[in-house]
Design a protein around this ligand. Structure first.
Ligand code: GZL
Length: 328
């Protein structure tokens, strides 16, 4: 009898030791960092609509290559249904993490719920979603677009300090429904409303493209020939506006001042040439930070919920100085 009790006790001891020997109590998930070569990430990009987007894509692809992490990549050509399709495909493939830049703010809850049910963490990069349920994504990495709009407004206020005559503004909006378009308009309006001389006489989307900026400016110049300023939500639409202003026989940067957002090389060159007057930077270089977030998530750690990128502003002198070493 004594031997039997000893044997049972020894067996129980062995079972107990086996249970606590693995950090996870035997579930297999130790929470230890996975080898980068075993990690697979699915990235659903907006498209290739602007110089900013091209730089953003390159930086993300280069960063994951350097990290030795497999990146599955899709270009949605600025269509939400294509991004949703890509996310569903990543869920089916069972990737470790999904990351994407939502082309517009709304309409994501269903597919993000599917990712959550599949226990695949989602990271938002660049643009945000308006979902009420922030458990649907682990982190947002990108700029504060309202702040960017405010910086553009602050420049305009300082540029027209002391003037009492009306200042007529055309606003070239980004993609309708996109977080940067909504927020850059909000931040800009918040600042200029302090002085009634500023008036946005027309505001229309150019969809963040150079062609869109040119087309909309051509039309709006016809109906607003005495406009003073163009506020474009990105450099590419500002560069399109330059083409339209010159085609109308006017001098961009002089007859009509232009303030834009992004600070990509082509925009900075136009600023150095005096065709754009001020640029608010919006950094596309999110790749390294996204890799860090992926490594944290895969290791079972919790990244910060909102990570705002560092960025500045440029006037003509600063653009001339920055151009030679500009990365994008
Ligand atoms: C901003 C990004 C915007 C850029 C545009 O973070 O989403 O989209 O400002 C790009 O150039 O098309």
């Amino acid at each position: 009898m004594k031997k039997l009790i000893t044997a049972i006790a020894a067996g129980a001891m062995i079972m107990a030791l086996a249970g606590c020997s693995s950090a996870d109590g035997g579930t297999g998930d130790t929470g230890a960092a996975k080898d980068p070569s075993d990690i697979v990430v699915g990235f659903a990009q907006v498209g290739a609509e602007s110089g900013w987007r091209t730089a953003n894509t390159k930086d993300i692809q280069d960063s994951f290559k350097t990290a030795g992490i497999e990146l599955k990549f899709s270009d949605a050509q600025q269509k939400q249904e294509n991004q949703i399709k890509a996310i569903r495909s990543y869920i089916t493939q069972g990737v470790d993490v999904i990351a994407f830049s939502p082309v517009v703010e709304t309409g994501w809850d269903a597919v993000l719920k599917e990712a959550k049910d599949a226990e695949i963490p989602v990271v938002l990069t660049d643009r945000a979603v308006d979902s009420k349920d922030d458990s649907l994504y682990v982190s947002f990495l990108g700029s504060d677009f309202i702040e960017e709009g405010k910086k553009a407004g602050d420049w305009l206020v300082s540029e027209y300090e002391g003037q009492t005559d009306p200042v007529k503004i055309i606003q070239l909006e980004g993609t309708t429904g996109a977080a940067p378009a909504i927020d850059r308009a909000e931040g800009f309006a918040d600042v200029i409303k302090a002085d009634s001389k500023f008036e946005i006489v027309a505001s229309q989307t150019g969809d963040f493209t150079r062609a869109g900026g040119k087309q909309v400016t051509e039309a709006l110049l016809k109906s607003n020939p005495d406009v003073d300023v163009i506020y474009a939500h990105n450099d590419d639409m500002g560069l399109g506006a330059i083409e339209a202003i010159e085609a109308a026989g006017l001098v961009p940067g002089t007859d009509i001042k232009i303030v834009t957002v992004d600070a990509v090389k082509d925009g900075m060159q136009a600023l150095a040439d005096g065709k754009i007057n001020f640029i608010v930077e919006c950094s596309p270089l999110l790749g390294k930070q996204l890799v860090d977030i992926v490594n944290q998530v895969v290791a079972g750690e919790t990244p910060e919920k909102r990570i705002i990128t560092e960025e500045t502003t440029f006037d003509q002198e600063q653009a001339i100085a920055a151009l030679p070493t500009r990365q994008y």
